[in-house]
Design a protein around this ligand. Structure first.
Ligand code: ARG
Length: 569
């Protein structure tokens, strides 16, 4: 049930030219229930209808013919306010949540169309750091939100597994590498020799030439280069998989940059044939002056390909393979220019679907004003972060609930949940100054707070007589008309709309913030109203039904942002 649409339908045609869509866009949920459950501000209509807002509201009130789901209507200060019948509203919401269960909040907006989501996409041989965590959790949440709304999400981990840096790494390894050290320390060791390469190359630029030459060899399929490269990739993937397992994130494809190695030549030919390539000092580029952008470099003067070459090729490959409706790439805002150039090149190639490509940027993560840079080795290691969060949870559990059975499992679910939620609690575009205290703060508006509320509902339901939990048929909604229960119902009702907004704005934080509101409404209800201990069976049954609907909804919401919902904490 969509009450905005329903009210718009009721009011459409009350004035000439006033249609349902216009009304649905204007109708809002007043911030305070005293002002009604639904409200139509008449200010924007005043001009079109040539009437004062209050006069419009009064007329709507006078013309209201009544509806059993509405208790009363009012016209106040230019607003037409509708007060729903609380019992009818309760019956409607509880009925819908119970009927849909784990699909409550889902819709079929996508109708099975494909959406490609390029996310996480870390660089091989570099630490998986907090910046990649953002891409991973935002991308994963969008993946789930699109799926929930009827799309077929295709998650692609576009690994940074190709490029000049591999030439550097090969040179570094040949000069200073130690097989055993790499086997033992993995990425940390690769990173160490990579940083050393940069320090040395500052003094001896010939090293850079050597690195470029090795990358060209790699692109040409040289056996030694390929073998080393594959080894670096395997070592790195092993570590990335540890992170993904902890986070509970999976991908449909790991086609990264190297995947396009044998597909780029055809695209370069196509660019030539379409007269888009220009030679400049031996390099080939696409000029973008007309669009106020620097040129997109496609082939370096040594013949090597670039990030752009691989991305343009990837766009075409993805369109051919997945026939997507939309393809999004989740990275930090610092790469915006690259994406604008990339999409423009695809458009200039004559592909009208270029407009289906979209960059989903997020704010940078900085550490006490120092820019995160892998090169300088100044990073927060994600494995450290997750491990600390899990340990902290483990010690809280040990203190508060020492007899719990699956402590390790729950510590992981809550610790990781805290980190994910912390990342998703602000608008994605906001820059983050990383602080250990914030990331490990489980109080207030945090993932653990939401997970605790879910576990609390599970505990209440566990204590109740199972027959009363399922006795929905004898639910008397009159027992859910008190303000505390109505506040929970209002939140439950809003879930579907919030998920849809999150999809349209590509903004998972809309779901996380909603979950805080939902959890708060339930906690308030729980503290104010007896549930299992209520005297009358009818009251217990109604409150248990509400608790059950809360549990379903909060669990569905947590799943959408990639958090697990342990039943006991
Ligand atoms: N590997 C890049 C990075 O770590 C992100 C890649 C994003 N995807 C893409 N198709 N360019 O910054």
């Amino acid at each position: 049930m969509n009450y905005k649409q329903w009210l718009a339908q009721q009011l459409a045609g009350k004035f000439e030219g006033l249609d349902r869509e216009t009304l649905a866009d204007l109708i809002e949920y007043p911030p305070n229930p005293q002002m009604g459950d639904l409200s139509l501000p008449c200010f924007k209509l005043a001009k079109q209808l040539r009437k004062a807002p209050q006069a419009i509201a009064e007329e709507l009130k006078a013309g209201w013919t009544g509806d059993e789901s509405v208790e009363r209507v009012d016209a106040v200060a230019g607003y037409f306010n509708v007060y729903l019948n609380p019992a009818k509203f309760a019956a409607q919401v509880v009925g819908e949540v119970r009927e849909k269960g784990d699909r409550y909040g889902s819709q079929n907006i996508g109708q099975g169309r494909n959406i490609v989501i390029d996310f996480s996409s870390p660089n091989i041989a570099k630490t998986f750091h907090i910046g990649h965590l953002r891409s991973t959790v935002i991308g994963n949440a969008l993946y789930k939100i699109f799926e929930f709304l009827g799309y077929n999400s295709v998650g692609i981990n576009h690994l940074g597994d190709w490029g000049t840096q591999f030439g550097k790494l090969i040179v570094a390894y040949k000069l200073w590498g130690d097989k055993d050290a790499v086997e033992a320390d993995g990425i940390a060791e690769l990173q160490r020799i990579y940083v050393k390469f940069h320090d040395e190359a500052d003094k001896n630029p010939a090293l850079d030439d050597e690195a470029r030459a090795w990358f060209v060899k790699l692109e040409q399929g040289d056996a030694e280069a390929t073998e080393l490269w594959r080894w670096f990739v395997d070592i790195s993937l092993k570590e990335f998989h540890k992170m993904y397992d902890l986070l509970g994130v999976t991908f449909d494809s790991y086609a990264g940059e190297s995947f396009y190695n044998d597909k780029m030549a055809a695209v370069v030919e196509e660019l030539k044939a379409k007269n888009l390539l220009e030679e400049d000092q031996g390099a080939l580029l696409v000029r973008l002056d007309d669009y106020n952008m620097p040129p997109a470099l496609m082939i370096k003067k040594d013949g090597g390909t670039l990030y752009h070459t691989r991305d343009v090729t990837a766009a075409i490959y993805r369109k051919n393979t997945y026939d997507f409706d939309k393809a999004i790439i989740v990275t930090d805002a610092g790469q915006s220019l690259h994406f604008n150039q990339w999409f423009k090149v695809v458009e200039l190639m004559g592909y009208e679907w270029a407009k289906q490509l979209q960059h989903v940027p997020f704010g940078k993560v900085s550490l006490e004003n120092a820019k995160l840079s892998t090169r300088k080795g100044n990073v927060i290691n994600l494995e450290d972060l997750l491990t600390k969060a899990i340990e902290k949870t483990r010690s809280i559990i040990e203190e508060k609930n020492p007899s719990m059975e699956n402590k390790d499992e729950v510590a992981r679910q809550i610790g990781v949940g805290a980190i994910i939620f912390n990342d998703l609690s602000n608008n994605r575009i906001k820059d983050i100054v990383f602080s250990w205290d914030d990331a490990l703060n489980f109080e207030g508006e945090s993932g653990p707070y939401v997970q605790y509320a879910h576990a609390r509902a599970c505990r209440v339901l566990g204590k109740a007589d199972p027959a009363e939990v399922t006795a929905a048929a004898s639910l008397n909604p009159e027992h859910l008309t008190n303000p505390e229960a109505q506040a929970v119902l209002r939140q439950l009702y809003l879930f579907k709309e919030r998920v849809e907004q999150a999809m349209h704005k590509l903004e998972p934080s809309i779901v996380s913030r909603y979950l805080i509101d939902l959890a708060q409404s339930f906690n308030h209800f729980y503290h104010q109203c007896k549930i299992v201990t209520a005297d009358e069976a009818e009251v217990r049954i109604a409150r248990l039904a509400l608790t059950d609907c809360f549990r379903t909804t909060i669990r569905n919401g947590l799943a959408l942002i990639g958090l697990e919902a342990p039943e006991e904490v």
